[in-house]
Ligand binder design. Structure first.
Ligand SMILES: Nc1ncnc2c1ncn2[C@@H]1O[C@H](COP(=O)(O)OP(=O)(O)OP(=O)(O)O)[C@@H](O)[C@H]1O
Length: 285
């Protein structure tokens, strides 16, 4: 449980956070939003125990905490592997434990630059190291500042999926973000930082869909697809191929079914949409 009571935070004479009180429960998943410069990163640092309030009290009863700052490591003269080993040792992990964990994380993040120096890596790959660092010790609470920043769409999707798994296993997750994808698919609660204070936001109950366009023998494919879980519509497109709109969490199953039955995937929307609007010329099947 995390508890902030009457918290004020000043940088010099500037008040950044003014009299905030807040409770975050175990296993809660909280998104913190707000305009640029509103104080989200400062609030996260207070929650993580990396900054002390000017006034008031912060209590964080979680022992294993993972924190990924907004700015990934920049010009360190470590390779990716060395950096994670170093960070793990600081966190009290032993060599064997660490090597195993780092190997798992490199796979999880599809990261192929283990022996490259961090300062030579791209922004997105630095961000992956930053996130891996926060996950080293399998934290009970994960505190992430703009975790999707710099990641490509596929990596964003992979990471959101991974966070969902951690959430299902009971990890408390607190993150700042601007992206709908992260907020909508993960948050149980939304907090908005505004005018140095905090207010509860509205959860959107959007159902997310993906569009899969495919070609193949529709007499074989349609009966299976139409009765599959999560499928909303199947349409024939003007170019002769077909489109299925499916709830995002079922899209992998449908993709597999299409491929198993000899179908060919022509296009897959990487962007999750609320629901696709049909364009003129499509025939609903
Ligand atoms: N080291 C610092 N010195 C002076 N002012 C700072 C410092 N760090 C943050 N601030 C100020 O604190 C305020 C809140 O900053 P913070 O980084 O928490 O905003 P944010 O909501 O995370 O913004 P963004 O969405 O752009 O990341 C800003 O006005 C910023 O200028």
């Amino acid at each position: 449980m995390i508890e902030l009571t009457g918290v004020n935070f000043k940088i010099g004479k500037q008040t950044i956070i003014n009299n905030i009180s807040l409770n975050i429960k175990v296993q809660e998943c909280v998104a913190i939003t707000g305009e640029n410069g509103s104080g989200k990163s400062v609030l996260l640092k207070l929650i993580a125990g990396l900054a002390s309030p000017t006034k008031g009290m912060v209590r964080n009863s979680f022992t294993h905490r993972g924190y990924a700052p907004e700015t990934p490591p920049k010009s360190l003269h470590f390779t990716a592997q060395e950096y994670l080993m170093y960070m793990g040792k600081i966190a009290g992990m032993n060599k064997h434990q660490l090597e195993k964990r780092i190997y798992t994380l490199f796979n999880q993040f599809d990261f192929d630059f283990q022996q490259d120096y961090i300062h030579k890596l791209s922004k997105g790959n630095k961000q992956k190291i930053n996130l891996m660092q926060s996950l080293l010790k399998e934290p009970f609470v994960l505190i992430l500042d703009e975790p999707l920043s710099g990641l490509d769409p596929q990596s964003q999707e992979n990471f959101v999926k991974y966070l969902k798994e951690l959430k299902d296993k009971g990890t408390t997750i607190i993150f700042t973000c601007h992206e709908e994808l992260l907020k909508d698919s993960l948050a149980d609660r939304i907090l908005i930082v505004e005018d140095k204070r905090i207010k509860e936001g509205q959860l959107s109950h959007k159902v997310l869909y993906r569009s899969i366009q495919f070609s193949g023998d529709h007499t074989k494919l349609f009966p299976v697809i139409k009765k599959s879980a999560g499928v909303e519509t199947v349409t024939r497109l003007p170019n002769g191929s077909y489109e299925v709109i499916v709830k995002a969490e079922y899209s992998d199953i449908i993709l597999l079914e299409i491929l198993k039955m000899g179908g060919k995937i022509e296009f897959l929307s990487t962007r999750l949409t609320e629901k696709n609007t049909q364009t003129e010329g499509q025939e609903v099947l």
